[in-house]
Design a protein around this ligand. Structure first.
Ligand code: FES
Length: 80
């Protein structure tokens, strides 16, 4: 298993430690997971799959809970 993984967050290439969640990758890229209906940036709250505040688009699939998904090489993550 590689020690680091490279992926794209909102078009920016970043590297995270192997085993990091997508939520961690988005926070390290200073990217909100989603934007609320009032336009406010939102991010992880519970970190354990309950609150759904961390939803983002992963490889074109919306509403993925980033706190529950590990980063994979070449993954494309976007703020929802
Ligand atoms: S942070 Fe609550 S579901 Fe992901």
């Amino acid at each position: 298993m590689p020690e680091t993984i490279s992926l794209t967050v909102n078009g920016n290439r970043i590297t995270v430690p192997s085993g990091a969640t997508v939520a961690v990758a988005m926070m390290s890229a200073s990217a909100p997971c989603r934007v609320s209906v009032s336009g406010k940036p939102r991010g992880p709250l519970c970190g354990m799959g309950i609150c759904f505040e961390c939803r983002a688009v992963i490889d074109g699939v919306p509403h993925r809970r980033t706190c529950q998904i590990l980063c994979e090489p070449g993954m494309d993550v976007c703020t929802q």
